[in-house]
Design a protein around this ligand. Structure first.
Ligand code: C2E
Ligand code: MG
Ligand code: MG
Length: 683
């Protein structure tokens, strides 16, 4: 905001040249100057008009006084013929509409003109022997004019000053040159007119100074109120980060569009654009950068809609398209006047392409993708709330299907997505409040039935659904970013159990824990695990980490580094579900595994001979050749077990020996050292 230069009144940084100008009272900003004039003009304009009328009355009065008491000469009449018309034309001018714009300088020049006329007339009156400049009447006229300039006209002191000086000069000139006064009397009158000039100018200046100060304070307050009001209005309707309409404004704009569409029978569509895996951007770059990315995505979406055949985006009613931000990483587009799904599909593809353009962040290109859900009006829902809901659900379905695509609303698909969304929320909650628990499945030496180890398997103790097996939620946890906290919980729980068994003097057998696919990408995993066993005072060899063949083979190069470190630290490493992936023998050789688990799928058919039996035999031989401990999982029958023993695979795990059991039951097994069932009898 421009400031009124109060410091002009004597602070040290003001140069000598600048000082007189600043004394002429100006705001530093031209805008502010205009606002000041505008603010006071109405009041002073009326004031000036009234004064012009008063001027006419006074001059006519002067004329009458002079006529009655002194003379009736032609000079006296000049007052009426010269000064009065000037004042009256001033009055006339003030009635014109555009007079307000320049009223200050124009009025000042009227006053000066009247003053010059008066000077001339008073000199003439003196010559005719009347009461002109030689009497007090002259000074009275001068006094009136000066005060008129400074006090009545003087909202802008500098115009009043110029006019006042002109009048003073004219008076002094007339006093000394034309009034025919003695030097003494001219000096005497001059002293008075100069004193009066200084007094009038001082009052005028001081008054404007106060007005301006008051104006600054009042305007600052007004401005901040207006600004706050605007801000509140903006925040209520627009998203701060992207400048797009928010949910509320979107609904307000969409309402009339849907009504029109209903009347005309032409369709509308709501496209819900959700940026895939945007949480990762915030995690890596921070929220500030995340906001910048969102703002540029928003800009692209707008440009895309603007450039499209559905015309421009402007958040006013009757626009054929509106883009809004509805959530953390989600935008909505309303397309109106659509003749079918094809157009919506074309626009969706255009939006996907716009989002896919890399965004440069920290001089690195960042590639994003989006999932778009499309709901059609009036087919999918009859109001905006319903449409938005359908589009949001559908966007989630598109995201679940891998993202970077658009889908049209489909009730069946959405029902499944809703279920998964509910499950996700519940799982998040379950991890926080500890609804998870571990069950333990023993690994035995099939010849003796002795326990040689165990596998910890997670379960979810759901308040309504009961005990939920991992197959129902591990994949979802991986998709929705919940697998890291879940694995943390499992590792802590497994370590706590080992600690407890050690403290209770139970025999310690290696405990296997399943790790998710994402864990191998984390180079800090070995350090974290080392910290964990240290924390619980365990030996790292007590823990065996199970990784599926598929996930190890997917990123062999990075996996080998992490696995090598884990092995060096002393952890056991087991290749789970072996046989289902695509290991090449050369890659298998590079992996520092300690154990290989034959997948259940091969075991199921082994007793019948055939291909599975041949494959299982081959895997057992391969594992032994590579120096690995081979475990058969999913052993359910005595025949399977005996077949495997016959092929040299003594370590077995399966329902034949025991199902996964809760902790207390497993501790009983640890005490006896067996599963408590005769081999050959099902658990
Ligand atoms: P997995 O690691 O291969 O675990 C063995 C699965 O086979 C377990 O199923 C177990 O109950 C089941 N099983 C064992 N013996 C038999 C048998 O004789 N017959 C049959 N039909 N099944 C048998 P579960 O507990 O449902 O776990 C399924 C999968 O979930 C596990 O396969 C593992 O990949 C995953 N999982 C379990 N717990 C965790 C965990 O804590 N973290 C992670 N990331 N995954 C886990
Ligand atoms: Mg396993
Ligand atoms: Mg397995």
């Amino acid at each position: 905001m421009p400031t009124f230069e109060k410091k002009a009144l004597g602070t040290r940084d003001i140069g000598a040249a600048a000082l007189p100008l600043r004394l002429l009272l100006r705001f530093s900003g031209a805008d502010y100057e205009l606002r000041f004039i505008k603010h006071y003009v109405a009041f002073y304009f009326r004031y000036a008009q009234a004064s012009l009328v008063l001027g006419v009355v006074l001059i006519v009065g002067d004329y009458l006084v002079d006529r009655i008491s002194h003379n009736d000469g032609p000079a006296n009449l000049l007052r009426l013929t010269m000064a009065v018309p000037v004042l009256l034309s001033g009055l006339g001018y003030s009635l014109l509409p555009k007079a307000r714009r320049y009223w200050q300088p124009v009025m000042a020049s009227f006053i000066v003109t009247v003053a010059l006329c008066l000077m001339f007339i008073l000199v003439r009156i003196d010559e005719e022997g009347g009461a002109g400049l030689k009497s007090w009447v002259g000074v009275l006229n001068f006094t009136f004019l000066e005060f008129y300039c400074f006090v009545i006209l003087g909202v802008q002191f500098r115009h009043a000053l110029a006019a006042g000086v002109a009048i003073l000069v004219a008076f002094l000139y007339a006093l000394w040159g034309h009034a025919g006064l003695s030097t003494q009397l001219a000096g005497y009158w001059s002293y008075h007119v100069v004193t009066l000039f200084i007094l009038a100018a001082g009052i005028g200046w001081w008054r404007e100074f106060l007005l301006r100060n008051e104006f600054v304070a009042r305007t600052a307050l007004d401005d901040s109120l207006v600004e706050a009001e605007h801000r509140a209005l903006r925040l209520a309707h627009y998203d701060e980060v992207t400048g797009l309409p928010n949910r509320r404004l979107f609904a307000e704009l969409a309402g009339p569009a849907l009504e029109r569409s209903m009347r005309s029978g032409v369709g509308c569509a709501v496209l819900h654009v959700k940026i895939d895996r945007f949480g990762g951007v915030n995690d890596v770059y921070g929220r500030g950068e995340g906001d910048t990315v969102l703002a540029s995505v928003a800009q692209r979406l707008r440009a895309c809609i603007r450039g499209s055949d559905v015309a421009s985006v402007n958040p006013v009613a009757h626009e054929p398209a509106v883009v809004a931000r509805l959530g953390d990483n989600a935008f909505s587009v309303l397309l109106t006047d659509l003749d079918g799904q094809e157009r919506a599909s074309v626009v969706a593809q255009r939006l996907l392409a716009a989002v896919a353009q890399p965004i440069v962040i920290h001089a690195q290109p960042l590639s994003l993708s989006a999932s778009i859900g499309i709901a059609m009006f009036p087919g999918d829902a009859q109001d905006m709330v319903g449409l938005t809901h359908c589009a949001e659900q559908t966007a989630r379905v598109a995201a679940d299907a891998g993202g970077a695509q658009h889908k049209f609303f489909d009730e069946a698909l959405n029902a499944r997505a809703r279920e998964r969304a509910v499950l996700e929320t519940e799982l998040r909650h379950a991890i926080q409040v500890g609804q998870l628990c571990l069950h333990y499945q023993p690994k035995v030496d099939a010849r003796s039935g002795q326990l040689v180890g165990a596998e910890a398997l997670v379960r979810w103790q759901h308040p309504q659904r009961g005990l939920v097996p991992p197959g129902a939620f591990i994949e979802l946890a991986e998709e929705r970013g919940l697998i890291a906290p879940l694995t943390d919980w499992v590792l802590h729980a497994a370590c706590m159990s080992l600690r407890r068994w050690s403290d209770h003097g139970l025999s310690i057998l290696p405990l296997s824990v399943n790790l998710p696919a994402s864990s191998l990408a984390d180079a800090t995993l070995p350090d974290q695990l080392e910290g964990l066993v240290l924390h619980y005072g365990l030996q790292s060899s007590w823990l065996t980490l199970e990784l599926t063949e598929t996930m190890v083979m997917r990123e062999v190069a990075t996996a080998v580094g992490v696995l090598d470190r884990l092995r060096t630290l002393g952890f056991g490493l087991s290749l789970d579900d072996f046989g289902t992936g695509y290991s090449s023998l050369s890659q298998l050789k590079r992996l520092p595994m300690s154990e290989l688990k034959i997948d259940r799928a091969f075991i199921a058919e082994v007793a019948r001979g055939g291909r599975d039996a041949a494959l299982a035999t081959a895997i057992i031989t391969l594992g032994k050749e590579l120096g690995l401990q081979v475990v058969a999982e999913g052993v359910e029958t005595l025949e399977q077990s005996e077949f495997l023993i016959g092929r040299g695979c003594m370590l077995q795990q399966g329902f034949l020996f025991s199902r996964p059991v809760p902790q207390l039951m497993f501790e009983q097994m640890l005490i006896t050292g067996t599963t408590g069932t005769e081999t050959g009898t099902k658990a």
